[in-house]
Design a protein around this ligand. Structure first.
Ligand code: SAM
Length: 380
């Protein structure tokens, strides 16, 4: 009896990374591999990395540390690294971690099978970090979706924003919008395979533009696909929310009344330093526009505390904004300087204990807001 080769994928980071891992899994399955839930039982271990915060990037080296011993014990084990840290640090990953055999950037997932094949055949380490490669080249039917309910579908890759804190434009490149025909075809195929829900993905998904079509047009196009039950999308940037998008949220029957709309800060001084492209008042106007169209809209956000120069008054502005909007959910992060970003050239002057304290203030207020919201919904 022949045993099939097994792969194990470890994923850090956002939904785009999860979707990338689903692509790698599908490509390896097409090569005859089967997934295993045990790192120790795998012939190939692939780590899909996130570089958004230093803590996230550190996870790669912790994972590689564990694999060093495994590799000594099982010399045939192939270790692959992909995603944002691979793209950002490039071959420095190989210098730092001799146990890595395969290194691919964010646009090069389709090279994984070939590079793994070569490494297993003893042809040495393989690298593909070509940023100009087509990142939409993994066939739809090769994607091994990890959920049977919600399928991720890439709508737009990269980001054209210049947020001072964010490494994403460096790791994923400039925006490239996918052909709406290809998106619709993928969604149709997913619906045919029984998926009730699709989530369109992009770092700034609502920046979608394709030969005169905008994001509202794309939503309408996908919403019209027969058999689809729920349509979601993430992440939206406040600057690209307009009346047409608000109407699409209101009028399209399959679009879920949910929006993740990162605000990052409630203080104009900090928003301007972050280069977010909107003021506190503009963000609130955007929320008002959305709620005027969809009163029951569920709204979640991201907040960064301890950005360089952030004062207690600035934080107070963020807390006030949280109360004013009354978000349905919130993710809060301590500012982390990232290589090559504008913010990394500024003095990271908010001490670590103040960052922690501010994070706790934001999280505590968020908890209170959630409790009140739940209480308000309970029958009297
Ligand atoms: N593209 C989205 C946007 O522009 O709002 C989100 C990108 S990022 C993957 C997710 C979240 O990580 C951001 O919204 C931000 O709150 C947080 N983040 C990004 N860079 C950070 C940094 N240098 N330090 C701390 N948090 C950061």
């Amino acid at each position: 009896m022949t045993t099939r080769n097994r792969f194990y994928i470890e994923t850090f980071g956002c939904q785009m990374n999860v979707n990338d891992s689903e692509k790698v899994a599908g490509l390896l399955e097409a090569e005859g591999y089967v997934a295993t839930t045990s790192r120790d039982a795998a012939d190939v271990v692939f780590i899909n990395t996130c570089a958004v915060r230093e803590k996230a990037a550190d996870k790669l080296y912790h994972a590689l540390g564990r694999l060093k011993k495994a590799k000594r014990e099982r010399p045939g084990l192939v270790v692959g690294v992909g995603g944002c840290v691979a793209q950002l640090e490039g071959t420095a990953v190989l210098d730092r971690a001799p146990q890595v055999d395969v290194l691919v950037g964010t646009h090069n997932l389709s090279s994984v099978p070939e590079l793994v094949r070569r490494a297993r055949a003893g042809h040495g380490r393989g690298v593909d970090l070509d940023r100009k490669a087509d990142s939409f080249d993994v066939p739809d039917d090769a994607i091994a979706h990890s959920s049977r309910v919600r399928a991720y579908v890439t709508a737009i890759e990269g980001c054209n924003h210049v947020c001072s804190f964010c490494v994403v434009p460096r790791t994923r490149g400039a925006e490239v919008c996918r052909d709406p025909d290809a998106i619709a075809e993928e969604v149709r195929s997913l619906v045919g395979r029984g998926y009730p829900e699709v989530m369109l993905l992009g770092q700034t998904v609502n920046a979608y533009r394709y030969h005169g079509l905008d994001f509202a047009d794309l939503l309408a196009r996908v919403d019209a696909i027969e058999g689809l039950q729920r349509l979601r999308f993430t992440t939206s940037h406040p600057e690209h929310v307009d009346e047409r998008m608000a109407r699409a949220l209101r009028d399209l029957p399959r679009v879920c009344p949910y929006l993740h709309l990162p605000v990052q800060s409630g203080a104009d001084r900090i928003l301007s330093a972050m280069r977010r492209g909107y003021t506190r008042a503009q963000y609130l106007e955007t929320v008002a526009l959305l709620r005027a169209h969809v009163p029951a809209l569920a709204l979640t956000t991201d907040v960064i505390v301890g950005y360089p120069g952030e004062t207690p008054d600035d934080l107070e502005q963020t807390l006030l904004l949280m109360k004013e909007v009354s978000f349905d959910g919130l993710f809060a992060f301590k500012f982390s300087p990232r290589p090559g970003t504008v913010a990394a050239t500024q003095v990271d002057d908010v001490p670590a204990d103040s960052k922690e304290e501010r994070l706790q203030q934001v999280l505590t207020l968020n908890k209170q807001i959630q409790r009140t919201r739940i209480h308000d919904r309970l029958p009297a």
